[in-house]
Design a protein around this ligand. Structure first.
Ligand SMILES: [Zn+2]
Length: 294
């Protein structure tokens, strides 16, 4: 019953909180999707489709990492969306304060295109090291020109995750060009992915991870699966592996463990407190290089 009491305590302030902007939060009943403790429309796409963030796990649990998982930033990289949906639609989650955005670029996903309905690559549109790019990596008429970009920026400023994983395809690796090497190694190990440098051939312009890593204390990391990772891996294997990264586990009301699962050692957000200065410590990169991935 402890879990139920926690959920009620969390849900009440969410229900009564006034909407400061276009976002809304509603409490879910325990029977609908038991893992879900909240749901928020963080903005809308160019075509007016809602971009929904689902709140899972145990917000407010002492020591729990605050985590955001993002999938579907590129509409032709749809497989990892299955990981986030499986977590959302599965059993109660414990040991983590988790948000998931399974369909960040809903117009692109509907059209199976990398870019949004304006033809802009959202992962080149963020206002960090933005530059004017064309073609597949069209960066838009200016930094943060796209409603999807602005929606995510607003959301990230509000929740300030300790850790963000941004799921893509098809490079089959975890980025080693990262703010937190130890975390990247842990992610690669748990997800059974190799590590490689996803540096856009030298410089990444206007990426979400670059913007977040530069302006916030938390860590944002790109995770790339292969072109065809398989449904079982996305829906069954990887969700459990993701929970392990953050020391989280599937449970039942009453804090019982689901048989066969064990909580991993927690990845404490305390490591963030030791980081004094923002990353990277160098100047934003100059335009140049090639852009062959992400
Ligand atoms: Zn991508």
């Amino acid at each position: 019953m402890r879990t139920l009491g926690l959920l009620v305590a969390l849900a009440l302030p969410l229900m009564s909180a006034p909407a400061a902007d276009s976002t809304t939060t509603v409490a879910r009943t325990a029977n609908d999707r038991p893992a879900v403790v909240g749901e928020r429309v963080i903005g809308h796409s160019v075509r007016g489709r809602p971009i929904t963030a689902w709140h899972l796990g145990e917000p407010g649990r002492p020591g729990a990492a605050r985590v955001l998982l993002i999938a579907g930033m590129h509409g032709n990289e749809g497989a990892p969306r299955g990981i986030l949906e499986a977590l959302r639609d599965g059993p109660v989650l414990q040991g983590v304060d988790l948000w998931v955005v399974p369909a960040y670029n809903p117009d692109g996903l509907a059209a199976h295109t990398r870019r949004n309905a304006h033809g802009v690559d959202l992962n080149r549109n963020y206002p960090y090291a933005w530059t004017d790019l064309d073609g597949s990596y069209e960066s838009g008429p200016g930094p943060a020109s796209e409603p999807e970009t602005r929606a995510m920026m607003r959301f990230l400023r509000r929740i300030r995750p300790h850790y963000i994983l941004s799921f893509h395809q098809p490079l089959n690796s975890v980025d080693t060009d990262t703010k937190d090497e130890r975390f990247a190694r842990r992610v690669a190990r748990y997800l059974h992915l190799p590590r490689s440098s996803l540096t856009c051939g030298g410089v990444c312009h206007g990426t979400m991870t670059g913007w977040y890593n530069h302006h916030f204390r938390g860590t944002a990391l790109t995770v790339e699966y292969g072109a065809h990772p398989g449904r079982v891996r996305m829906r069954r294997t990887a969700p459990t592996q993701v929970l392990g990264i953050f020391g989280a586990w599937r449970g039942r009301p009453g804090f019982e463990l689901v048989p066969g699962t064990q909580p991993e050692p927690a990845l404490a957000p305390s490591v963030l407190r030791r980081r004094a200065s923002p990353w990277p410590r160098t100047r934003p990169p100059r335009p140049g290089g090639r852009w062959s991935h992400r």
